[in-house]
Write a protein that binds this ligand. Structure first.
Ligand code: SAH
Length: 394
């Protein structure tokens, strides 16, 4: 049990669900049982209940509030995890078919700080980014096995953020057989997912709504997919009846997988340009190529607050270049997954990009990640993906 002082209690009630070491009285976390993390009951100075939290002495984030819990005690780890994981899975019922892909647990948004679980058909890939969840992985594995009987549970714990909690970067098979590849179906299109080697947990599940929209907009369109990776958007465009698709990425492996994916779907293999998007945009412009639909989904340019300024320049230049490739009436699906670049700043950057163009641009749609990636209002970091559909007017 931790009793907060007045200021910290106010933060806990009103603000962000994370309390940093400096926000707390020194004595509060001295107890060594908190070192790898524990679930504690949090009270205000008058003894009123503020819910429960993950406590850690390892991280700068000392307390991660994670909702209410009936009674006065703090729950045991197992009953907490069973309750929260079952609830998270129940909330996603009907969101994806058995052979599809879906995020089952989205960390703090599901009130399980530091746990992400993605399902690709009958394969589960998880990520643990807090010391408490990391130490609880055997329990998490048991709970997920009991609930879903998956073919494999893999921990993709090869993320740099784990260093902040002094955890090693590693990929660990937690249960079942080792599955190198699994094919999922999304809106009638097959995608190849590589749990061990693919980006994130194997695929960009968060772009599912945008892929669906691209599929709808691609009918009879000439399409350009920038930073295409394995062609998530390209396959959607081909499935939607695009007349031609060009993919641009610097990764040979990604483009080879895209070719394989196209064949798997019985699509014509799109034209692939292996190179630097910044250069390719310039080349295409020199060749006077114009497109009905351009997808621009770069990697996060602002990985920290310090990188925001440089990142904005990158986004601005790319968006300007991509807008210039639009045919009249054409659309640009532009994305940013940098959570340091807030939504307003992203739009401002797009506005800057369109400033000196000889045609008008309007924002047709604002999108983000899907319903399986809910965002906790108090935790803006959970709403990181911004997708805007821009249209060239004249
Ligand atoms: N749009 C993809 C995800 C993009 S991931 C999807 O929906 O699945 C980012 C991709 O950008 C990676 O495949 C990486 O190889 C590529 N990349 C990063 N910088 C690049 C650059 N300057 N030029 C070309 N490709 C780049």
């Amino acid at each position: 049990m931790i009793e907060l002082d007045k200021r910290a209690a106010r933060l806990a009630q009103r603000g962000h669900p994370w309390l940093y070491r400096d926000d707390l009285k020194k004595s509060d976390l001295e107890d060594s049982e908190y070192s790898t993390g524990a679930i504690v009951r949090v009270l205000d100075p008058e003894g009123r209940d503020l819910g429960i939290a993950f406590a850690s002495t390892r991280s700068k984030i000392a307390l991660r509030l994670c909702g209410s819990w009936a009674g006065e005690d703090s729950p045991g780890l197992e009953e907490f995890l069973v309750d929260r994981i079952e609830r998270a899975i129940r909330l996603r019922e009907g969101m994806a078919p058995a052979d599809g892909g879906v995020r089952l647990v989205h960390g703090e948004s599901d009130l399980i700080p530091g746990l992400v679980v993605d399902r690709y058909a009958d394969v589960l890939v998880l990520q643990a980014t807090t010391a408490l969840i990391d130490s609880a992985l055997p329990l998490v594995t048991k709970i997920l096995s009991d609930l879903l009987s998956p073919r494999m549970i893999l921990a993709r714990n090869d993320q740099a953020v784990r260093r902040l909690e002094k955890l090693p970067e590693e990929v660990v098979l937690l249960a079942g057989e080792s599955v190198e590849r699994v094919v999922i179906e999304e809106n009638g299109i097959h995608h190849i997912v590589r749990p061990y080697a693919g980006h994130k947990t194997g695929m960009y599940l968060d772009q599912q709504p945008a892929r669906q929209r691209v599929k709808e907009l691609a009918s009879a369109a000439k399409v350009l997919d920038l930073f295409s990776y394995q062609g998530g958007f390209s396959m959607a465009a081909l499935g939607g009846g695009a007349t031609s698709v060009q993919m641009v990425d610097q990764s040979k492996v990604a483009l080879e997988l895209a070719k394989e994916t196209a064949l798997l779907n019985h699509f014509e293999v799109p034209e692939m340009i292996r190179g630097n998007v910044f250069d390719v945009i310039r080349d295409l412009r020199n060749e006077q190529q114009f497109y009905d639909l351009v997808v621009l989904d770069p990697p996060a340019f602002c990985k920290s607050r310090r990188e925001v300024e440089g990142g904005i320049r990158g986004y601005r230049d790319l968006n300007r270049g991509a807008l210039r490739l639009l045919a009249p009436g054409g659309r640009l699906v532009t994305c940013s997954c940098s959570h340091h670049l807030k939504s307003e700043l992203f739009e401002e950057t797009i506005r800057q990009a369109a400033l000196d163009l000889p045609f008008r641009v309007f924002v047709e749609e604002r999108m983000g990640s899907g319903r399986d990636h809910p965002a906790l209002l108090r935790l803006p970091e959970t709403e990181y993906l911004k997708v805007r559909i821009l249209r060239r007017w004249d």
